[in-house]
Design a protein around this ligand. Structure first.
Ligand code: NAP
Length: 472
């Protein structure tokens, strides 16, 4: 039975009586393995109970009589529900549409009840809605559960121990959520190291959109855990990066990774940007030092290091100086490697679907440029794919025809999902030396970690985490 399974991952179990068919409360509560919250949510409060109010309250009174530890009763209904024996009352407010601007007033109304614990659960329509919840928790004088629902509200479910929420809710497994945005308790504990979060925990995270499938939380949380650091890394689904960074200064975020589509726009939110990142025009790492925000680009050095390493050279310049390098693409990743290659003295030619973009980038670094269809006419030692062609789920696509390949050519695909792209498969078949995007991905994360912590990153662990996530 689910209640017994919950014992392995939870401290308290919420029994959603409105979800249970053929309810036999006496049997259910006779051998409860954990403290129990009894909840029976009516349809108009987001639950499934469609009976009348008096039978709903009767059910909750029965649960109290049978010894549940807590009973959850809505703000609208609490005045008709007196204290029942030793059962503690959670008086709650839910809003499935939004996090209302008058949240503090609602908090005060809850505070004016004789609740043992107050609860507010509101829908986050933007990541900033979480700040209202954190603010309320900080000010609250009595035991409070406060969280945002929905994908944008995930961080409020994770950070509850930092801001002093009485508890957080997690599902027993995927598909068993009782509210939008819940994640399984095992994920909360293993991926986000929930049990180790406290008031002192420092916050880091990745800013992007979409962000749900980012591997960065898994990599950095595992690395923080390995080094025993009191730090947590979160996914931030963000629409407007400058506003977001400004607003989140209120909770003192110590560092960010920045991904598509914010790498360029984020520069406007920073106090200082490292020289190379400035030239590239893109930042993928933000570090907070004494209230000032510094921007770096670890994609560039990571791409160049993984190329040099594959060439068997410890010096990037020795490895790449004078080499004829063809770069496919003119987006953020292409800019990062093109500037790195030029700095190392490589002779770069850029090909892109939108030729005008290739031309603009080439003119910035003194490189040559052309259309993707011209790649086969070019002599080269290294071919780099910095387009997103071939990336999951479009795994049968490739940016160039296989006629381009010849034995000994070095082919580096920045795409790392899948690890072996069609481009690399065809290049390998033609006798090329192939480099996957994995080494670069791990390297850029490792450099970020070291910028944030000034400690050596556990690179092997980070690589294992990515490989596990990629299912290899
Ligand atoms: P981006 O800024 O959006 O640029 C995408 C590039 O791909 C542009 O040059 C675009 O050409 C080209 N492109 C997209 N669809 C195409 C198509 N159907 N045919 C031809 N060209 C196409 O993205 P990004 O940040 O540079 O990322 C590019 C790739 O690098 C992604 O797969 C990303 O995952 C990978 N990456 C890997 C790492 C790593 O650590 N391994 C790090 C960063 C990025 P147009 O200019 O014509 O639109």
């Amino acid at each position: 039975m689910d209640m017994y399974k919950a014992e392995e991952v939870a401290d308290i179990v919420e029994l959603r009586l409105d979800y249970i068919h053929n309810l036999d409360l006496g049997r259910l509560l006779a051998h409860k393995p954990l403290p129990v919250i009894a909840t029976c949510r009516p349809v108009d409060e987001g639950g499934r109970f469609s009976g009348d109010q008096s039978s709903r309250l009767r059910l909750l009174r029965d649960a109290c009589r049978l010894g549940v530890d807590f009973v959850d009763i809505e703000l609208k209904a609490w005045s008709g529900f007196n204290r029942q024996g030793r059962t503690k009352r959670i008086i709650s407010y839910h809003n499935f549409k939004e996090t209302p601007v008058n949240l503090e007033d609602i908090g005060k109304r809850l505070d004016n009840t004789d609740a043992d614990i107050i609860k507010l659960a509101t829908m986050a329509n933007s990541i900033s809605d979480n700040l209202a919840i954190f603010n309320l928790l900080k000010k609250s004088q009595r035991p409070t559960i406060a969280l945002c629902m929905g994908e944008e509200g995930l961080i409020s479910r994770i950070l509850t121990p930092k801001f002093g929420s009485f508890l957080t809710f997690a599902s027993l497994s995927e598909g068993k959520e009782s509210a939008p945005g819940q994640i399984p308790a095992t994920e909360l504990k293993s991926l986000y190291r929930f049990d180790e979060i406290n008031e002192e925990t420092e916050i880091y995270g990745v800013i992007g959109n979409p962000i749900a499938h980012s591997m960065s939380p898994a990599i950095h949380n595992a690395a923080f855990g390995r080094l025993g650091l009191n730090k947590i890394y979160l996914p931030f689904k963000v629409e407007e990066v400058v506003e977001f960074i400004e607003a989140f200064k209120a909770i003192g975020v110590k560092g960010y990774s920045v991904t598509i589509p914010h790498k360029e726009r984020v520069l406007a939110a920073l106090d200082e940007v490292d020289e190379l990142a400035q030239k590239i025009g893109a930042v993928n790492t933000v570090v907070e030092r004494g209230d000032r925000l510094f921007g770096y680009n670890t994609d560039s050095s990571a791409a160049i290091s993984s190329l040099a390493r594959a060439l068997g050279e410890s010096s990037k310049r020795t490895a790449l100086s004078g080499k004829r390098a063809v770069v496919l693409g003119a987006g953020g990743a292409a800019r990062a490697i093109v500037f790195g290659l030029s700095q190392c003295g490589a002779k770069v030619t850029i090909f892109n679907r939108t030729v005008e973009r290739a031309k603009r980038l080439a003119e910035e670094v003194g490189a040559k440029w052309g259309a993707l269809s011209d790649v086969s006419k070019t002599k080269m030692d290294i071919l780099v794919n910095a387009t997103s062609v071939g990336m999951y789920p479009e795994i049968d696509e490739t940016p160039v025809k296989k006629e381009v390949f010849r034995p000994g050519l070095i082919v580096f695909d920045m795409v790392y999902n899948p690890l072996e792209t069609r481009l690399l498969r065809e290049a390998k078949g033609a006798g090329c030396r192939c480099i996957t995007g994995l080494a670069m991905f791990v390297e850029q994360a490792k450099e970020q970690f070291e910028l944030w912590t000034a400690k050596k990153a556990p690179a092997r662990l980070m690589r294992e985490v990515v490989l596990k996530r990629l299912g290899t």
